[in-house]
Design a protein around this ligand. Structure first.
Ligand SMILES: [Zn+2]
Length: 142
C-alpha cells in the first residue's frame, strides 16, 4: 500500500497466494510468508507453488519483497543481514541431487524432483544391499 497499490485480501482458506495488489489496471499476485525468528538461523518456508508474482517475507516490522526468480539463498541472506547475521554458508548447499540437498528441501518444504529421484534410487540401493546381506547371514533371514 505504501507503494501505491490497492491491496485485496484472500477469502479462501486454501489459495495459491494470499493477496492481490492492484495499480494502474494491473494485478499482481502476492504470497506472504513470515520469518520464524531464531538466534542464528531465522528461516521461512518458501512457497511450494509458483503461482505468485511477488513474495512478501515479513521479518518483525520489515517486509522484504522478492521476485519468483530470486534464489532462495538470496532471500534468506536478505533477512539474515537484517538480523545482523552473516550470509548463509555455501557449505549447506550440497548441489542437487544429493541426500543432503534432499533433506534440506524436506526441512524447508521445498519440492525438488531430481533430489527425490536420487533418494528413490538411494533407498532402492540400500534395500538391495540389505537383502543381499540378509541372504548371506543366517540371523538376517528372520
Ligand atoms: Zn534438489
Amino acid at each position: 500500500m505504501r507503494l501505491g497499490y490497492y491491496v485485496y485480501r484472500c477469502e479462501s482458506p486454501v489459495a495459491p497466494f494470499d493477496l492481490v495488489a492492484y495499480k494502474g489496471g494491473q494485478c499482481i499476485r502476492v504470497e506472504v510468508k513470515t520469518v520464524t525468528p531464531h538466534p542464528t538461523a531465522p528461516d521461512f518456508s518458501r512457497p511450494k507453488n509458483d503461482q505468485w508474482d511477488l513474495l512478501a517475507v515479513v521479518a518483525d516490522a520489515t517486509v522484504f519483497f522478492f521476485e519468483p526468480t530470486t534464489p532462495v539463498l538470496d532471500m534468506r541472506n536478505a533477512f539474515r543481514d537484517y538480523y545482523g547475521l552473516p550470509p548463509s554458508e555455501l557449505v549447506e548447499l550440497q548441489p542437487c541431487p544429493s541426500a543432503a540437498a534432499y533433506h534440506r528441501h524436506k526441512r524447508r518444504s521445498e519440492a525438488c524432483e531430481p533430489c527425490e529421484g536420487f533418494m528413490r534410487q538411494h533407498n532402492h540401493e540400500r534395500y538391495k544391499l540389505r537383502k543381499t546381506r540378509a541372504a548371506q547371514s543366517p540371523e538376517g533371514r528372520q
